[in-house]
Ligand binder design. Structure first.
Ligand code: AMP
Length: 285
């Protein structure tokens, strides 16, 4: 039988701050893995990385209302704290921070916001998700202020988010090291996502064409095709006909500047809708 170490769930900001203060007094380092829960092997890879490199690991599980638009899936977003606790315990997480909305946003109507620059937040996912990255930046700053981590772990699955947060930390001199983590895929190639739980078996089969488009573009790039547009037109033929493309773009992985060329360090990212479910994925050339 596996040795399961107890993971404590803390819901109050003051209690967590007190715990972190004790750790810091002992000279221990703290790693933070921010999540919205419904944890899967993608999240687990971030947690494992944190466990390997930090003395203490905090995983936040908070479905952040201010990053959802009015017609998005806030209410039906999967919430499964018992299963999350199991996964965290198995990975020897010290604390799950699981606050209520009221605890995080006691004055939600008049909440101060952290706003990333337009040039970063208004393209790609920001085109259809107005206010999304203000919500993300705000909750991440709040989590940083509450947990005061030395290191925070984010997945490349949400590449635009990662680039925006790295910039925010640079621009605002926030003393947290951001560690990017590779995308984890299921055995069939579909990028792991909490939203995959919405997919029927049939839809999931169709969704397998999403990463095939990305791999096809990468292969064309590696085969010497430099025009992203040429590669895109060809690769889109692989996408299942029931899938609607919101965007398929190439951009520089450091600056988020859109690129017409397929070259090293170009990130090709896709967002689609399938049966009303929004899915994103990307690949680095
Ligand atoms: P979420 O719970 O969707 O907000 O994700 C929390 C963190 O896990 C973010 O930094 C995501 O980029 C990361 N993440 C989600 N899915 C994956 C995945 N398939 N591979 C790697 N990281 C992921």
């Amino acid at each position: 039988m596996q040795n399961i170490s107890p993971t404590q769930i803390i819901s109050q900001i003051d209690s967590l701050k007190q715990k972190v203060r004790e750790w810091k007094n002992e000279g221990l380092t703290v790693g933070l893995v921010p999540t919205m829960g419904a944890l899967h092997i993608g999240h687990e890879s971030l947690i494992k990385k944190a466990r390997q490199t930090c003395d203490k690991v905090v995983v936040s599980v908070f479905v952040n209302p201010i990053q959802f638009g009015p017609n998005e899936d806030l209410d039906k977003y999967p919430r499964q704290i018992d299963k999350d606790l199991e996964l965290c315990s198995k990975n020897e997480v010290d604390v799950i921070f699981h606050p209520s909305v009221e605890e995080m946003y006691p004055e939600i109507e008049d909440q101060s916001l952290v706003c990333p620059p337009e040039s970063y937040k208004s393209k790609l996912c920001g085109l259809t998700r107005k206010g999304h990255f203000d919500g993300v930046a705000t909750v991440v700053i709040k989590l940083f202020n509450i947990v005061q981590p030395d290191t925070a772990f984010f997945g490349q699955k949400d590449a635009q988010q990662l680039i925006i947060l790295k910039k925010m930390v640079r621009d605002l001199n926030i003393p947290v090291e951001i560690v990017p983590c590779n995308i984890v895929r299921n055995a069939d190639g579909l990028a792991c996502s909490s939203r995959n739980t919405y997919l029927s078996d049939e839809a999931r089969q169709k969704a397998l064409s999403i990463h095939k488009v990305l791999y096809e573009i990468k292969n064309q790039g590696l085969a010497g095709i430099t025009s992203f547009e040429v590669a895109k037109i060809h690769a889109l033929q692989l996408l299942h006909k029931d899938i609607e493309v919101e965007y398929l773009e190439a951009y520089d992985f450091n600056t988020l500047k859109l690129s017409s060329e397929l070259k090293i360090n170009t990130l090709v990212a896709i967002a689609v809708k399938l049966n009303g479910i929004r899915l994103i994925d990307n690949i680095l050339i």
